[in-house]
Design a protein. Sequence first.
Length: 441
Amino acid sequence: MSQAPLIPRYKSLRRTFSFVHEPIPVFSDYIKAYGDTFQVYLGGVKKVLVTANPKVMRHVLQKNHKNYSKSEIQTDLLAQYVGNGLLTSDGDYWFKQRRLIQPGFHKQRIKSLVGLIQAAIDKQMDTLESERGKELDFYPRMMDIAFSIIGNAMFSEYATQNDLAKIEESIYVLQQFIVKRARQPFMYPVYWMNGKLKKYNGIARDIEGLVLNIIRTRKQLPKQPDDLLGMLIDTRYEDDNTPMSEEQLLWESNILFVAGHETTANALCWMLYLLAKNPQYVDNLKNEIKEHVGVEELSFDVLMKMPLLNGIILEAMRMFPPAWILDRVAHEDDQAEGIDIPKGTMVLPLVYHAHYREEDWEAPDVFRPERFIQTKNQAAYFPFGAGPRMCIGNNFAMLEMQIFLVQFFKKFELEVTPNTSGKLKALITIKPEKGMRLKLI
Ligand code: HEM
């Protein structure tokens, strides 16, 4: 067994500035120089193990997942603002919640959400119709669409547009603050003194009040509507048949909002970008839509059977995986593929870089949806993570992206303009650096 190569501290210190602004090319350079698994001092201080090797990634996320938990950024910092739910908990509590909530996201269950998702999308399509012919920034529009989809699927008609707009805005500002706190932990006393901690706590408590009101109204109903909140309210713990408490309902609802909109918005944005750059696929997609969907209502089963539609979504998430990096911490000494992982090591699986490995992907820089039609089994593909903490909303996310693409390309086409840029910014998710400007036709 051996240690992964360690990048000398002076080298990582030299690149601290570019690392903060553009971590992806910095990691690519390290991989070229040191191989797909290496150790580096993050910010010149904290030594971490970074890997783009799919076997090491699967070992940590899946095979020996019991030896790893999430880092404190999610379990402590995010939890302070959105509560202790699936994304932010660990250990026995997480396991209990996952078992409880997982069945609600099975394909059979989310089939019934097609109508709610479609209604949210169609409303936004009407707004887009009024902007036909213009060059638009699709980034804020995809954020709104993704948010209204999850809002509708969560609460059906039990949240007003005003409530949803307030939740969206608050989650946005809270996330900005959380990223700042994670990057500059030493600023904590300053935020305490200048009142920022109080201000953002206040924003978090305001959303709580709003969501709790909806939960309380809903709990009075004799029968729950067929939406995600209804599923959370109706579900019962296996051991004692009790429901979740009000606080747990609040936390899990918040978590679904946080986990379920920015990732999807980014994925949709990159999909539109790639299709605008590769219009030959749009023609074929339109034919596939005509052949399968026509004027009839959308159905889950039909959407699942559209090969090009699904190939486009999967390929876009290969090239621009919204969750581009994951994080885990080892509880005990471990080894993967001959590499030592000492107790306490923070491991960073690089989803983005695994998706561009020459060993696993032919011509990885080329947009080629066919690769997902020809082979289903992709060992180096992690858009939704892997193992027991894999995205619980993956089927839901696939469904909303399918419905969006079908409804969008039934009506519209896209063109790139001189302002279109594929330059990305990697924060927690991969987003377009300066918005996504495309012409709507
Ligand atoms: C394209 C869209 C999406 C992508 C790329 C994505 C990606 C991911 C990834 C990579 C993880 C695992 C993180 C880790 O292992 O550390 C995750 C977890 C999670 N996702 Fe998603 N996600 C998407 C959409 C959604 C949606 C729509 C929902 C909810 C409706 C959702 C809810 C969650 C939750 C609750 C978790 C935590 C699961 C757990 O730890 O048990 N995600 N997601």
